[in-house]
Write a protein that binds this ligand. Structure first.
Ligand SMILES: [Mn+2]
Length: 361
């Protein structure tokens, strides 16, 4: 957080955008809330700050007290405000920034409907309707602002995931097509942890800044950064990825215990947050302590034999990597000796999604 504040100060940024998630759970620990508030206050000394809620955040809790924040700190968490822009002076130009909090299709399809019928039950439908509101706002003035910016929290088609993002699928679909952002100069996206640019419609730059820290070993190779965007009023955007220095390196070491504990490995990686995967056929005696002695910051120690005994039908980590609905379908196959029907698959999916949403809220 200190690095981000320093980047805002030294680069004299006009606006800091946080595209969610702010927290990783609906009820965050007190330390996390304190850090968030302190960081907002420090950022606000240098620039305008605009925050949206993500799928991990409780919109109600994150938005609580938002009106009490001083001018220059905006926290957008409610669907009612979608389509309202915040004007920020950037030199002689004006950027209008539209924060769109993470929209739950089941709630937003009613709030954002344009006719009598609710919108289709999908992320693309509700976020698409939000963008219609944004474009209507921009078209409503004879002299629109020189730059338009949208902040959203979504999985845009073509982006690369890691193991850290929680599934947001509705009806089995989680992604939205980049074409819904047509007409916008810059789209600042949250949700995916790897920094990346998405191919969008002509003249629209769409980017995930990525998370400032790594949240799982699937992010070990990510180069974490903050995206600094320079807009010049013509709609053109110049992108600069400013690195965030990580507290420790991160490494995944796979091999026999002897290989993992080799002197070369220890010399290079003893300081790292390590995931150690030991592949010996039999579990080495005292595995955890021996690994920890060499890698005191090991976060995950696994025994995954190259030749697993035939009696083990399912490995738990292989199970974790698969879709819950797929596992449930296999269960149906195992007990009924026939594949799931389409209607059974729909029931399994709906039950899974509603259970997951209850955990999230
Ligand atoms: Mn998210």
């Amino acid at each position: 957080m200190q690095q981000i504040v320093e980047i805002a100060r030294s680069q004299r940024v006009d606006v800091t955008i946080v595209a969610g998630d702010v927290f990783d759970r609906a009820v965050p620990p007190v330390e996390a809330v304190s850090l968030f508030v302190a960081t907002l206050q420090q950022l606000a000394e240098h620039c305008v700050v605009i925050v949206i809620s993500g799928n991990h955040d409780s919109a109600v809790r994150l938005g609580y007290g938002a009106e009490l924040f001083r001018q220059g700190i905006h926290i957008a968490t409610s669907v009612e405000s979608v389509g309202n822009g915040i004007d920020v002076a950037i030199g002689d130009e004006t950027a209008r920034i539209f924060p769109i909090p993470f929209l739950l299709p089941d709630q937003a399809r009613e709030a954002l409907k344009t006719g009598d019928e609710p919108l289709p039950r999908s992320h693309e439908a509700v976020l698409g309707a939000a963008l219609e509101r944004v474009r209507a706002n921009l078209a409503s003035e004879a002299t629109p602002p020189t730059t338009s910016i949208v902040i959203a929290h979504a999985f845009v088609t073509g982006a690369r995931e890691s193991d850290s993002e929680r599934d947001i699928s509705v009806g089995g679909v989680e992604d939205v097509n980049a074409t819904i952002f047509s007409g916008i100069d810059y789209v600042a996206l949250g949700h995916l942890h790897g920094p990346q640019e998405i191919r969008g419609p002509d003249n629209t730059v769409i980017r995930y800044s990525g998370s400032p820290l790594r949240y799982s070993f699937s992010e070990a190779q990510h180069a974490k950064s903050v995206t600094v965007v320079d807009v010049d009023g013509s709609g053109a955007c110049v992108i600069d990825e400013v690195p965030i220095i990580q507290p420790r390196p991160m490494v995944v070491l796979t091999g026999s215990l002897d290989e993992v504990l080799s002197e070369a490995n220890q010399t290079e990686h003893s300081n790292a947050w390590a995931q150690v995967v030991v592949t010996d056929d039999a579990r080495p005696i005292d595995l955890t302590n021996r690994v920890r002695a060499a890698y005191p910051h090991a976060l995950s120690i696994l025994h995954r034999p190259t030749n697993p005994p035939a009696t083990i039908g399912v490995q738990s980590d292989a199970l974790v990597a698969r879709a819950p609905t797929e596992i449930a379908s296999e269960f149906v196959l195992a007990v009924t000796n026939r594949p799931t029907t389409d209607s059974e698959a729909t029931v399994l999916r709906d039950v899974y999604e509603s259970a997951r949403n209850r955990l999230d809220s």
